[in-house]
Design a protein. Sequence first.
Length: 300
Amino acid sequence: MSDAQRCGLIAIVGRPNVGKSTLLNALVGQKISITSRKAQTTRHRITGIRTREQTQFIFVDTPGFQTRHNNALNRSLNKTVMGLVGDVDLVLFMVQAGQFTLADAKVLSLLKPGIPTVLVANKLDCIGRRQELAGWLKDMSQRHDFTEWVPMSAKDPKHVDRLLTVCEKHLPEQAWWYGADELTDRSERFLASEIIREKLFRLTGDELPYTSTVVIDQFEEEPGRSVERMVRIAATLVVERDSHKAMIIGEGGERLKRIGTEARVELEKLMGAKVFLQLWVKVRSGWADDEARVRSFGYE
């Protein structure tokens, strides 16, 4: 390989809940995308940046393509996916090793010919015998002209390294777009809303519909007396019904307190700052069906 710098855009695509955010965090080497078992956790195009030797990898994590509900929120999400897969240097199409569902097929049908696509077979640790994959691979190669395939477990650093090496050769020789130590192009304010939303979903389980969102009302740095950085954050958790509000607050406010504590601890680590976090819960029924409100909450 020459000494020239390489740099390019890599989209991670796949059905909801296949492990895209976990993979993005592993590739970047730090958590920048939220993960939860609830489908539909990722709602924005998050850029993760990894610089290794002469190559800068710029990863875009797409929302899982939504096929179930046709409301304003999902139309906005699907538009993001469609716009994204057309303007990248490489696509990582992620599926669970040995599986191919209708939801996988719908995402695969969006991929444009002419963009190199790597088949990433995730959760390899769930497959008993490797030879079971031969028939599946043959089947996959008939569905799409994949450039190559990479079996992996996103939790294994060796697998992650190997995937980066595969990606590298598909990126154009050009100057880096970001500094060598940058990890994401999203603001701390945005990351704060994502992390609060992750805790919200993690701590309410499947009871809470995914149409709950987080709006940051205040994000201010203050001079710290005993610490270098102090950030004050106030956020509103927006839900559709009174029953959802009660669920989030929990008995004696316990659950809301826990959401706040877990989010604050993680934000302090991520931002290297002392964080004061205040949370409120408000009911806005029908917001996910209202185009203007979807936009006002920051979805494109």
